[in-house]
Each structure stands twice: as C-alpha cells, then as structure tokens.
Design a protein around this ligand. Structure first.
Ligand SMILES: C[S@@+](CC[C@H](N)C(=O)[O-])C[C@H]1O[C@@H](n2cnc3c(N)ncnc32)[C@H](O)[C@@H]1O
Length: 304
C-alpha cells in the first residue's frame, strides 16, 4: 500500500556507523558496493535475522516475508559496505552496535497512521470516558495521564490533544492533562516533534480542526504550537520492560495498530506490561480491527 511508510527511501539521511571491516574484508579498490554485489540471503541468515528482530521488538517476519526483509536490509549492507548478510549479522551482534540496531528498527516498522483515525474511540473519550475520569479525580488537581504507546508520527496523540483542547478544556478549565507519545522508530518521532504533515495525514481531519489548528505552508500542514506543546514524544520500545514500567499511573493507553505485528506471546507480554502501567479503572485502546482474543486477560478486566 502506497501509504505504508517503510522509511526505506530515507536511508541516505542516516549516517553509517564506523565500519568494523578490516582492509582485507573490504571490497577490492574500495569500490562502492551496489545491491547487485550483495550475496543472496541464506535461509539460516534469514532465520537468524528474523529471530534477532523478533527478540528486539516483537515483530515477526514469516517465511513469506523473507524477500521483503532481504530487500529492506540490503540497503543497510550497501551503507555499511558489506557484501553478505553474515557480515551484517556480525555487525548488529557486535558490542556498540546500538545505532545500527536503532536504524534496523526504523526499517522494519510500519508507520501507517493519520489524524482522527479512530473516530468512534475519540467520540467515546470525549463524551463519556474523559468526563468520568475527570469527575472521579474530583477537585484533587490530579493529572489525567494519556499515553499513545505506538504513536508513529504523532497523529493519534495530536488528534486527542485537539479534541481535549476544543471540547474538554472549555468545560474543565483547570484540567491538568499530560499526553505522552512514544514509538521505537526515531524517524517518525522526529516528524511528530516537527508537526508538519502532508495531505495523506490530514485527509480525515474535520474541517473546523484543520482551519483552527493547522497552517498551510508550501504544500504542507503545520500544526499549531498550542497543540504541539500539549504532547511530549519519547523513544520507547514496548518490549523494554524497564522503560514500560517507568510509565505508570496512566489513565488511558492507546496502543493501536501495532499488536497486529506481534505473535500471541509478544502480544501477551506487551498487554500485560501496559496493564500494569494503568491506573485502576484506566483504559487500554487497541486498533478497531485488532483483538485481544487468545490473550489471557480475564482476571484483568481490560476494556478494549
Ligand atoms: C501502524 S503504526 C500505528 C500508529 C498509531 N497508533 C495508529 O493507530 O494510527 C505502528 C507503530 O508501532 C511502532 N512499533 C512497532 N514495534 C514497536 C515496539 N516494539 N515498540 C514501540 N513501538 C513499536 C512502529 O514504529 C509504528 O510507528
């Protein structure tokens, strides 16, 4: 699908790590490597790579996705002047390879999103869930904490911020609200922080919001500072237990359209961690076409 941003075209912006190859291992005459110089991925290398990716971020590449994965990672071999996938595996498994692993995560994630994607959920948040949460906190001035846990380029978190600003804040002027957006992918987080979007992202945005909160400059929609400053974005891997555990006392977690990339075991792990981050009576939102079927959560009373 054209709208699925695989970030493959952005490789040129990423600085290659210092090559760990010795001179003998480098291609003769320091000739630039092209994709056609690279050896076809071996079955054992594919399995090792997919297990590595699965272990890092829970995304599982099935056998039918072998060529997709090979094509994406080939570009990293070119950037790193490597001719075999074995060398690339050595690189990512070597000490100090964090930067390359981050880049690998940027490549394997799918970042499809747009403003006002989950309209029905947002309606429920506006009309029922948020008013109830606010009332339940009473006059204690406690913060309402909202976490967009796979935020991609920020559209989900910013949609909520606009709704809150427009519909909730006028009724509760003293409202204390905190919105965090997080993702594993550094590139989409950069876009989120910049708050500049194309046509695709805004196509379902109600006209009144578009008019009030965006400025159209040189073919792009620039989100207002008023909304941008309502959301803080951080890099966070949902499989990093320590990082997820540091996110606590959350009232609403949006973890939409990411669990579909995980297998049951990974889903179970992430959902259980997210559950622990929720306040009592808090809400977990998943994507409208996702399900928690098969996940042992009956004792946890999740609202999906
Ligand atoms: C398809 S987007 C969904 C964006 C938004 N939640 C929505 O529903 O429109 C999925 C996002 O999950 C992120 N992601 C994938 N694996 C992740 C992980 N292990 N930890 C954190 N984010 C992850 C991807 O980088 C991507 O931006």
């Amino acid at each position: 699908m054209a709208s699925q941003l695989f970030n493959l075209n952005k490789q040129k912006d990423i600085k290659p790590p210092v090559s760990f190859l010795t001179n003998e291992m480098k291609p003769f005459n320091n000739k630039e490597i092209t994709p056609s110089d690279i050896e076809v991925i071996k079955e054992s290398e594919f399995i090792e790579l997919r297990d590595f990716i699965y272990g890092k971020c829970g995304i599982f590449f099935t056998d039918s996705k072998k060529y997709l994965l090979e094509g994406r990672i080939k570009k990293r071999l070119v950037v790193n002047s490597l001719m075999t996938f074995r060398e690339y595996l050595n690189l990512i498994k070597s000490p100090g390879s964090n930067q390359e692993i981050n880049t690998l995560m940027d490549i394997v994630t799918i970042n499809e999103t747009y403003f006002f994607r989950a309209e029905q959920q947002y309606d429920a948040v506006e009309s029922k869930i948020l008013p109830e949460l606010i009332e339940s906190k009473g006059s204690s001035k406690q913060f309402i904490n909202i976490w967009s846990a796979a935020s991609s380029s920020g559209e989900e978190a910013y949609s909520l911020a606009m709704i809150i600003n427009e519909k909730i804040r006028p009724k509760y002027p003293n409202l204390n609200i905190r919105i965090i957006g997080s993702d594993i992918n550094r590139e989409v987080l950069e876009t989120a922080r910049n708050g500049i979007y194309g046509e695709y992202a805004i196509r379902h945005t109600p006209k009144e919001y578009l008019k009030k909160y965006f400025t159209f400059i040189n073919g792009k929609y620039h989100l207002s500072e008023e909304i941008k400053k309502m959301v803080k974005f951080i890099q966070l891997n949902l499989f990093d237990e320590k990082a997820v555990k540091s996110m606590n006392f959350i009232d609403m977690i949006f973890c939409a359209n990411v669990l579909i990339y995980f297998d049951i075991a990974s889903k179970e792990k992430v959902v259980s961690l997210l559950y622990d981050s929720l306040n009592k009576g808090g809400y977990l939102f998943i994507g409208c076409s996702e399900s928690l079927h098969g996940i042992c959560s009956n004792q946890k009373n999740l609202k999906s």
